[in-house]
Write a protein that binds this ligand. Sequence first.
Ligand SMILES: Nc1ncnc2c1ncn2[C@@H]1O[C@H](COP(=O)(O)OS(=O)(=O)O)[C@@H](OP(=O)(O)O)[C@H]1O
Ligand SMILES: Nc1ncnc2c1ncn2[C@@H]1O[C@H](COP(=O)(O)OP(=O)(O)O)[C@@H](O)[C@H]1O
Length: 202
Amino acid sequence: MSNNENIVWHEHQVSKQERSKLKKQKPCILWFTGLSGSGKSTIANAVESRLLELQKHTYLLDGDNIRMGLNYGLGFSDEDRVENIRRIGEVAKLFVDSGLIVLSAFISPFQREREMVRKLVKRDEFIEIFIDTPLEVCQSRDPKGLYEKARKGEIPNFTGISSPYEAPDKAEINIKTDKMSLEESVEKIVTYLEKNGYFSGE
Ligand SMILES: Nc1ncnc2c1ncn2[C@@H]1O[C@H](COP(=O)(O)OS(=O)(=O)O)[C@@H](OP(=O)(O)O)[C@H]1O
Ligand SMILES: Nc1ncnc2c1ncn2[C@@H]1O[C@H](COP(=O)(O)OP(=O)(O)O)[C@@H](O)[C@H]1O
């Protein structure tokens, strides 16, 4: 017997469309994916600041922070990473329903889970942004010193070293941080949103 048997979905009186119209924007998830040190956090933060300047309503879900709260206790086995992304996907969906432009910055190494999140929302509400930085570049940046630890065997299942990363094959936006400045990356993402009607709440 499913434990959902006596649970009934409620339609709310105020709709997503009404909330979005008030905010003068089309809600969506900007799903950043890429290796550790690829630039997900840096770019997502810069995009959020730019959106704030444009008077857009946003929320940033960021890897390390979510793992300290909502996903406290989840590790880096394949199984825990799947659960991590599943929960984040559900939270992102709620925020989209609230009318926000959601930015999420997780490695999200598996194609299947990214596709699962894509299917949680409407077709144009999921924008996959591949932070396409070569592993060697991430390793040389090593902003948190984690690659060095992983190479010494001090961190098991480290993405790119001892755990896989499946690169997206149909991301809406591709960002090569070894060839583009932070400003160019922000511009590319914000221009995509503008051209595709995300800055209008009709
Ligand atoms: N084993 C291992 N592999 C990868 N990353 C590790 C690991 N252990 C700790 N960290 C730190 O956790 C951050 C990644 O968490 P995520 O929630 O984004 O990972 S995942 O999507 O569930 O794969 C990641 O943050 P970013 O560097 O910002 O990507 C690391 O700081
Ligand atoms: N063009 C660029 N775009 C984004 N980050 C860059 C770029 N060039 C260098 N960096 C640096 O790379 C590092 C990326 O770290 P971070 O944003 O934490 O990555 P992630 O969230 O993917 O782990 C930062 O130290 C950042 O300053």
